[in-house]
Design a protein around this ligand. Structure first.
Ligand code: S3P
Length: 168
């Protein structure tokens, strides 16, 4: 049994996930970090050298490997649940928690971010708007639990998830 965190870039999956894993005695795993370690390259480098399509293949591959693990909090890249095969696998491996943030919150957190290749274009705010409109329904539909995160501390969010998991 694992706990899977999904949500948009900047929704706090990594920060919350680390706290949750520490509190529950689970192993923390981040799909982006997993991919970077195996590829020996940063995500931004994979995008620039190989392209987004290649990154998406690496993402599905990483998830297949991670799916064999147990007792993990798995923090997923924001685009990972957009593939149906990935959604199926995520549902199989654990309880899926969607960290739900409004666009304003995401923009505040991402405006100065230089690490996300998808936001490096001319209009990052517009890109967030478009991607969020496509993705939010998908996240919400597949999640076992939706946790609003706007204006909240990571520790409080992790504590709420811990209660949900323990009472399941
Ligand atoms: C992406 C989100 C990133 C990373 C990559 C693509 C996306 O992960 O996987 O830059 O498509 O939303 P985070 O959600 O952890 O930022």
């Amino acid at each position: 049994m694992n706990i899977v965190l999904i949500g948009f870039m900047g929704s706090g999956k990594t920060t919350v996930g680390k706290k949750l894993a520490a509190g529950m005695g689970y192993t923390f795993l981040d799909t982006d970090q997993y991919i970077e370690e195996r590829a020996g390259m940063k995500i931004s480098e994979i995008f620039s050298r190989k392209g987004e399509a290649a990154f998406r293949e690496l993402e599905s591959l990483a998830l297949k490997e991670i799916a064999g693990m147990d007792g993990c909090v798995v923090s997923t890249g924001g685009g990972l649940p957009m593939r149906e095969e990935n959604r199926k696998l995520l549902k199989q491996i654990g309880m899926v928690i969607y960290l739900d943030a409004v666009e304003e919150t995401l923009w505040k957190r991402l405006a100065d971010d230089r690490s996300r290749p998808l936001l490096r274009g001319e209009d990052p705010r517009g890109k967030i708007h478009t991607l969020l409109s496509e993705r939010a329904p998908v996240y919400g539909h597949m999640a076992d639990h939706v946790i609003p995160v706007d204006g909240r501390q990571a520790g409080d969010i992790a504590a709420e998830i811990e209660i949900i998991v323990k009472s399941a």
